[in-house]
Every structure is written in C-alpha cells, then in structure tokens.
Ligand binder design. Structure first.
Ligand SMILES: NC(=O)c1ccc[n+]([C@@H]2O[C@H](COP(=O)([O-])OP(=O)(O)OC[C@H]3O[C@@H](n4cnc5c(N)ncnc54)[C@H](O)[C@@H]3O)[C@@H](O)[C@H]2O)c1
Length: 250
C-alpha cells in the first residue's frame, strides 16, 4: 500500500512508523511548510491517505483527497459539524472516507458498552444521573474530545432523561462551573480537563443516591491509536463509500 500522511505531528509520526513496520510505503508526507503539495500531482499513485492535522485544516485536506478520489482515513477531531457535508461529497465523488473519533479498539468496545448500559438504565427506569469526564494533554486544541462527544451521543440516543450535552472546558475555573445556573437535569455534562502529557482518559459515571457505576478507559500510549488508523487504512484501500470502526469491527 502506498500511503500519504497528512499532518506530521505526534500521530503522523507514529503512523509512519507503523506503516513501515507493516510493509507499506510512505510516499508523501504533508505538513504546514509543504501543504501546497497536497494536490492532484502529488497524490498520483497514492492508495490511501491518513489525515491527522487540526480542527481548522482537516475539512479542506479531506476535501482535496476526496476530490482526487484518494481513499482517506480521517482522524482529526473538533471539525465534525461538517462531517455530513463531506460524506455527501464523498458519495457523489464515488470516493472513500473512514472517520473515527478514536481508533483505539478498547475505546470502541467502550462505545458499545456505553450504549448498552444507557439502554438498560432506560429500560429499568433507574434513577441515575450520568456525567462524562475526559482528560487529555495540554496541547489538545479541541474540547470536548471527539471521543467524549461519541460517548455523549451514545447516551443521548438511549437515555430519555438527557436531551443534550454541554461542555465544561478548561477555560472555566471550577467555581465558575459549579455556580453556572443554566445547567438543568436534562443536560449531560462533559467535563474536559487538560493536564501534562495524558494521551486520553474517558470516564462515564452513573450516580444514584445509593451507588456509583463507572466505565473508564485509559490510553497508555499513542501507538494503539496509530495502529487502529493504519488497520483502517488497510481496510479502506480499494473500497468506495463511508466507513466507521463499526464496519471494521464487524
Ligand atoms: N481519531 C483518533 O483516534 C485520534 C487520535 C489522536 C489524535 N487525534 C486528533 O488528531 C489530530 C492531530 O493530533 P496530533 O496529536 O498528531 O497533533 P499534533 O499537533 O502533534 O500534529 C498536528 C500536525 O498537523 C500539522 N498541520 C497543521 N495544519 C496543517 C495543514 N494545513 N496541512 C498539513 N499539516 C498541517 C501541524 O504542523 C502538526 O505537525 C487532533 O485533532 C487530535 O485530536 C485523533
């Protein structure tokens, strides 16, 4: 497989290593200083691209890949208000797009457990409140994390007591958070914490008057994320359409 890496940061470098280990060729690397090279000429002969850049640049990069009918694995988070638009464009172009808010297998198992748990609590009409907390390194540009949003969507789809998620991002100080009066019981709170070098911790906590039930996932290193993205790229190669981790896990 001849791959292009778009975004040569923490994830791009990890992905390069895994591509090479698995016998693939890295034919093109795009970062800020050569971003004008992301064009038809340089994409010629590429089987698949992997995009891990920033929330403000991802859409255009993915659009260029799709325009040139290069299957693309999308990893950047924080831009997905335009994901549906891009999916439509991809289908119209007969190209291929794979999007996951998190490429770690364990997190995707957590997504399934999270949905099942919310559905079960709904069926039992059990009196639990639920909150999500995500912790990431201080360089992370978006909040809440894409993973926390996917977890929130899994709860909102299944638990009728919650109507929408709201984010308490690190820009607020804790006392300001606690005194916010606009929050109602129908809001699903996502707390975002930024500290040190943490690759990613996600916790879903259900709490009643009598007990506490916690689902928690901790990523130990970025390799697991990069490995998932490379496996997604191998899966996507030669295909047409829109794919997710659910398709891969099937
Ligand atoms: N889906 C997942 O599993 C997953 C896992 C880890 C990170 N992420 C997301 O991936 C993104 C990148 O993460 P990272 O840790 O590698 O960040 P990073 O800051 O280390 O790297 C981003 C790189 O993109 C480059 N870049 C910026 N604008 C560009 C452009 N127009 N064209 C090409 N390159 C450009 C930057 O120079 C930088 O090298 C973030 O949005 C992060 O949240 C997703």
């Amino acid at each position: 497989m001849k791959a292009a890496i778009i975004g040569y940061g923490k994830m791009g470098r990890e992905i390069e290593q895994i591509l090479l280990e698995r016998g693939h060729e890295v034919k093109l690397i795009i970062d800020l200083e050569n971003r004008s090279e992301l064009d038809a000429e340089h994409l010629k002969g590429i089987d698949v691209a992997l995009e891990f850049t920033t929330p403000t640049t991802a859409y255009d990069n993915l659009h260029t890949c799709i325009e040139n009918r290069i299957p693309v694995v999308s990893g950047t988070t924080g831009w997905t208000d335009r994901l549906d638009e891009l999916k439509q464009y991809c289908l119209a172009q007969h190209s291929a797009l794979f999007y996951a808010s998190n490429y770690c297998l364990g997190v995707n198992l957590l997504f399934n457990l999270n949905r099942q748990l919310a559905a079960q609590i709904e069926r039992l009409n059990a009196k639990y409140n639920v909150e999500i907390e995500e912790v990431h390194h201080i360089q992370k540009k978006d909040a809440p994390s894409g993973t926390a949003i996917t977890l929130a969507e899994g709860i909102l789809d299944n638990l009728s007591t919650k109507k929408q998620w709201i984010n308490f991002a690190p820009i607020f100080d804790v006392s300001a958070i606690e005194s916010k009066t606009a929050v109602t019981e129908e809001d699903l709170i996502i707390r975002s914490i930024r500290e040190g070098m943490v690759p990613g911790i996600h916790t879903v906590t259900y709490e009643s008057e009598d007990d506490q039930l916690i689902l928690k996932h901790t990523i130990k290193n970025r390799r697991t994320l990069a490995m998932g993205a490379v496996i997604a790229a191998e899966f996507l190669c030669g295909k047409e359409g829109i794919f997710s981790m659910e398709d891969l896990m099937k």
